[in-house]
Design a protein around this ligand. Structure first.
Ligand SMILES: *Cc1c(COP(=O)(O)O)cnc(C)c1O
Length: 486
């Protein structure tokens, strides 16, 4: 280990410091020590590392270099992909007029922020084909839960007890989890040979207890449900509603809208589709949009425009499911999404989707001969391959993913969706150059060749990373994070 990469407690030396403070001139009786009850005061100074400024800067810089992010290299994760994060969006979110306002400020002093939220509500409604939007939910799963709570409240207001949420087997894991958090139960239906919703299975599953069908279209297999209008008819005829998981909307912007497909509720992950770096689990924004009949159930407050042109916060009405987040949602992320939409404009958003789909199809077309392509034909913004053809050589999809690390790539999502054996899910995104796509494709082809010729290279990968293969279960369940792991 190079000295600058050593653990910060090991380079600690008594008396070293990265700061110097002036002599304290606060009289002892006014000091914090005098104000805090004695039993709450530390008896010993905290055991913190004592290091110089140079040491501490090198330590954190070294740590940051061990991270992988979109600013380091290609990151074709699939579904939850970190997509394009224009740097200007970061600048705008840091404008003092946005970053320094306080949620308790009077409305007349935050008209700009309220106008931004109002415009974003209408833009998202227009983009999804919905009638009303709440910006409150803080994540995709939170948006799902909010949407399902509204669906529940809607059925209750009609005097009906409907408790079942139908999800296809390719659905994102948050869908059944949100249904159960909303007090509903899930019914999983299998996909057909083409990876689409099996209409017969759907017809058998719907009934007087159906609250909703949750669907993402294109699905997590990257396939567009061509029968969506028929699917919507089946669910609506049974009295259920349609929920659109729009976490990843990079395939449809400006081309089609969930509202036009027959969906009643939708959430968007602004932190996936409309920028915002979200490594480490946050922050996010998962606004929900609804058709007019569900608008009374939206959480409040929403922003409304008064007749005099000013903007005000309007609390939820008597049927509202209530607040789902403190204050007004994750405002900084709303600013980034607003900037994203304004920068691209309607035609630009459509181009984003067209390029996302083009890049994915280029990759699928070139990689399909080297793996198994369970759903050949046209994909949308992402696609799945199966590594089943490598099994005879003792190599599995996980090994391919690990080998990619040696070539400096973040591996794609593997073993999801669950209905594809040895699944590899790839989303190249719209912003990657042809050279980057080609480089990744050639690396994948090389790994397939290695699997056949010298499988041990793939089986023992990664070879170039600081830490080689982990026991991932133990690493997640019993992480050892200190330096005495020897
Ligand atoms: C990421 C994702 C979610 C969940 O979003 P979070 O913000 O992580 O809660 C739901 N559905 C799909 C299809 C996703 O890709």
């Amino acid at each position: 280990m190079k000295p600058e990469q050593s653990l910060i407690f090991e380079i600690s030396r008594p008396g070293r410091a990265a700061y110097s403070l002036p002599e304290c001139d606060v009289p002892a009786e006014d000091s914090l020590d005098a104000l805090i009850p004695a039993e709450l005061l530390r008896k010993q100074p905290a055991a913190l590392p004592e290091v110089s400024e140079v040491d501490v800067i090198r330590h954190f810089t070294a740590l940051s270099r061990r991270n992988f992010g979109v600013d380091n290299g290609f990151y074709p994760l699939g579904s939850c992909t970190m997509k394009y994060n224009p740097k200007i969006n970061e600048d705008v979110a840091r404008f003092p007029g946005f970053a320094k306002i306080h949620p308790y400020q009077p409305e007349e002093s935050i008209q700009g922020a309220l106008e931004l939220m109002h415009t974003l509500q209408s833009d998202l409604a227009a983009l999804t084909g919905m009638d009303a939007v709440s910006l409150q939910p803080a994540a995709g799963a939170h948006g799902e839960w909010t949407g399902l709570m509204m669906i529940r409240a809607y059925h209750e207001s009609c005097g009906e007890v409907r408790t079942k949420v139908i999800v296809p087997d390719s659905s994102h894991g948050t869908n059944p989890a949100s249904a159960s958090a909303a007090g509903l139960t899930t019914v999983t239906i299998p996909s057909n040979e083409q990876g689409m919703v099996d209409l017969e299975a759907l017809k058998n599953a719907v009934g007087s207890d159906t609250a909703a069908l949750m669907l993402t279209n294109p699905s997590t297999l990257g396939l567009f449900e061509t029968q969506i209008v028929e699917i919507a008819r089946i669910v609506h005829e049974a009295g259920g509603l349609l929920y659109y998981d729009g976490a990843n909307s990079n395939a449809i912007m400006g081309i089609t809208r969930p509202g036009d497909m027959g969906f009643d509720v939708v959430h968007l992950n602004l932190h996936k589709t409309m920028s915002t770096p979200h490594g480490g689990g946050g922050p996010g924004a998962g606004p929900v949009g609804v058709k007019a009949k569900l608008a009374p159930f939206l959480p409040g407050p929403t922003v409304v425009k008064s007749e005099d042109g000013s903007f005000t916060l309007q609390a939820g009405g008597p049927q509202s499911i209530g607040r789902v987040k403190a204050y007004y949602g994750n405002f900084g992320i709303l600013v980034r999404a607003y900037t994203y939409i304004r920068t691209y404009g309607p035609d630009g958003l459509r181009e984003v989707s067209e390029n996302a789909v083009l890049n994915a199809n280029y990759m699928l077309h070139r990689l399909a001969p080297h793996f198994e392509a369970p759903y050949p034909g046209i994909c949308k913004h992402e696609f799945v391959l199966s590594g089943k053809n490598l099994k005879p050589y003792g190599v599995r999809t996980l090994d391919v993913a690990k080998r990619l690390l040696d070539f400096g790539y973040h591996p794609p999502t593997v073993y999801f969706p669950l209905n594809v054996e040895e699944c590899i899910m790839i989303e190249p995104t719209e912003t990657e150059s042809k050279e980057t796509l080609d480089g990744f494709i050639e690396t994948m082809i090389r790994i397939v060749q290695e699997a056949k010729d010298t499988p041990e290279i793939v089986l023992n990968a990664p070879h170039t990373t600081e830490i080689s293969r982990l026991d991932e279960t133990q690493a997640a369940r019993r992480p050892v994070l200190n330096c005495s792991c020897g």
